[in-house]
Design a protein around this ligand. Sequence first.
Ligand code: SF4
Length: 89
Amino acid sequence: MTGYRIIVDKDACEGIFACLTRDPRFVEGEDGLATIDPASDPVPPSGTDEGIIREEDGRIVAEFDDDRADEARQAATACPPGAITVEEC
Ligand code: SF4
């Protein structure tokens, strides 16, 4: 298990949704921009953490303690404007 934090900068997000093809926890929010909802994953791997998710200063901040950091990093790499940050915590 690895603790990690996903940050989505909504000011930078352009609603392209390359992220959700890499990590199904990313979804389209009511504002047409990306947000994070672990319950949206139809087939979550065993041991998946529901995480702690909050919105602050125009950013979605989600903290998890599971083995899915690589999925989140792939979403971050795929995001054209670089709106997603993944860091250990
Ligand atoms: S890939 Fe990036 S720009 Fe596109 S919806 Fe996801 S966070 Fe937003």
